[in-house]
Design a binder for this molecule. Structure first.
Ligand code: FRU
Length: 531
């Protein structure tokens, strides 16, 4: 029931931490023996999107048009914590370098602007275009905080805005809301897509503990179709930010529908995370596949098992000749997002990723891969076909690579029982450990000593773990490390772990330890020069 608490957090934390702009430029942190002074910019990522200033959470309204990827985001421009939501806006032509734009949607008399989606209305079904240029339509949730305070339940409604100029400027629809609230407190995050079979717009909406589907011929009038999910999957918290996607199954002619559902709390390692369901959709009802018809609270259908990938959804209007399902998530967790140690800006997005659907042994699985565009920013600094490791060993010299913008990949052949551990570290003694325990078939990521961790007890108190979902003989590891984040794609992205961290000084060493006598094959270490 997060939203009941958010306004409280806003007042409380805001009262404590809000200082003058000047003071806020510098982060002072004291830990046991040292006082360090670090500028916020030391934590600003090199190749991930972060807002210039203010608070950010969910990615919203992503669409592609005429060579440009648009990314909108939940934004509080006036503070570094969650508050009155706006839609911030950024654009990119390569999915890696983002240019922030003026704020797209501001609160109005119907409420603040919560999460939602955007579609290109090619046929002008809404009638909101001029008949020449297709309008872009944003569908979002209005959150009426004043009404919520009165104790009413119907304070979240769905509204739309339209852009005549490919997303540059926006006009709110004058008959908002387009979908009224039937008296349900959590009623939000519309994700709209065009269903080619029934020639209708379909809206997936998060409603407390389930998803509701609505249909429309014009984006203005919506009809309720069905509900899904009350008794299926994780229910440790409220359901949020759905996305209904039709996907080809890799290496087959079959197609399936996939429903992404974010949940908070209730993630596999605590707090926020995104689960998915595979099934069929007939334009009205989502029917889960038999293989998942009974999945309960503990399941393996998570887009990412790390603690920091939430509210992710996919881009709309990707051209057919591309046809990738491009996804981006918010790289944080509601457990501590409001307290992470940056002051002038807060939060970053994950790397844009391509989602793929696989079917193995009658089971479905979604894998993620970093968007291919990242390849254009690589410079190889080290390649080794085979490397023998015995106990602790440095894998790259600090003069060779800047580990605050790097990509590393390798394989471990002939896995044997026991733990394979890899460590990023600095001279201050901060370290970030990850690896694989073959005895348990389990990956792990441990940030308990990664740097600044005690701003919130849920940040570093537990090692995150994730199941291995592949039986391949070789373990493949592919990771991206930026100043404050790591995204690890194990087994070609069949298990993914994404987490953030705040080292007191940048990590400068990458080493392997803990397993006697093993080999690493195809080690590649790349510098990523995105800016
Ligand atoms: C998810 C979420 C959404 C909501 C938005 C508000 O993180 O809680 O359900 O629309 O954030 O900022």
């Amino acid at each position: 029931m997060k939203h009941i608490f958010k306004p409280l957090i806003f007042l409380f934390v805001g009262g404590l931490t809000f200082t003058s702009c000047k003071e806020r430029n510098v982060k002072k942190s004291t830990s046991k023996n040292d006082t360090i002074v670090q500028s916020d910019e030391d934590f600003r990522p090199n190749f991930h999107f972060s807002p210039q200033s203010g608070w950010m959470n969910d990615p919203n309204g992503m669409f592609y048009l005429d060579g440009t990827y648009h990314l909108f985001f939940q934004h509080n421009p006036d503070d570094n914590i969650w508050g009155p939501m706006h839609w911030g806006h950024a654009i990119s032509t390569d999915l890696i370098n983002w240019e922030e734009q003026p704020i797209a949607l501001e609160p109005d008399e119907l409420g603040t602007i919560f999460s939602g989606s955007a579609v290109v209305d090619h046929e002008n079904t809404s009638g909101l275009g001029d008949g020449k240029t297709p309008p872009v339509i944003a569908i979002y949730t209005y959150h009426d905080a004043d009404k919520a305070e009165t104790g009413a339940d119907d304070f979240q409604t769905q509204g739309i805005a339209y852009s005549p100029d490919a997303g540059k400027t926006w006009e709110k629809y004058d008959k908002n809301p387009v979908l009224d609230n039937p008296g349900i407190r959590d009623f939000r995050d519309p994700k709209v897509s065009w269903d080619e079979e029934t020639n209708k717009w379909i809206m997936a909406l998060a409603v407390e503990d389930h998803i509701r589907f609505y249909s429309s011929s014009n984006l203005l009038d919506w009809k309720e179709e069905s509900s899904f999910g009350k008794d299926l999957g994780g229910h440790g918290g409220v359901w949020e930010c759905p996305d209904l996607i039709k996907m080809d199954i890799k290496n087959s002619d079959e197609e399936k529908w996939v429903l992404l559902v974010s949940i908070n709390p209730g993630g596999p390692n605590g707090g926020s995370a995104t689960q998915y369901f595979v099934g069929d959709f007939d334009g009205s009802t989502f029917t889960p596949d038999e293989s998942i018809a009974e999945i309960g609270e503990d399941h393996n259908y998570w887009i990412d098992f790390g603690k920091d990938n939430y509210a992710g959804v996919t881009w709309s209007n990707i051209p057919e000749e591309d046809s990738r399902h491009l996804f981006i998530g918010w790289m944080s967790n509601w457990q501590y997002a409001n307290e992470v140690p940056t002051e002038t800006w807060r939060s970053t997005m994950t790397l844009p990723r391509e989602l793929q659907l696989h079917k193995e042994d009658e089971k479905y699985l979604i894998s993620s891969a970093p968007a291919g565009e990242i390849k254009d920013f690589r410079k190889n600094v080290l390649s080794k076909e085979t490397l023998k490791i015995n106990k602790t060993q440095n894998l790259v010299e600090k003069t060779e690579i800047d580990l605050s913008k790097a990509e590393i990949s390798f394989e471990i052949p002939d896995l044997t029982e026991g733990k394979y551990e890899f460590v990023f570290s600095n001279e201050r003694g901060d370290n970030l450990k990850f690896g694989y325990d073959h005895s348990k078939k389990e990956f792990f990521l441990n940030r308990s000593e990664s740097g600044l961790v005690d701003f919130n007890e849920n940040f570093g108190n537990k090692t995150s773990v994730a199941p291995r979902l592949s039986d391949a003989e070789n373990l493949k590891v592919h990771l991206f490390i930026d100043k404050t984040s790591i995204e690890i794609f194990f087994d070609d992205g069949k298990t993914v772990m994404t987490e953030i961290f705040f080292p007191k000084t940048p990590y400068e060493k990458f080493s392997a330890s803990d397993h006697e006598n093993f080999s690493i094959n195809n080690l590649n270490i790349n510098q990523l020069n995105a800016n």
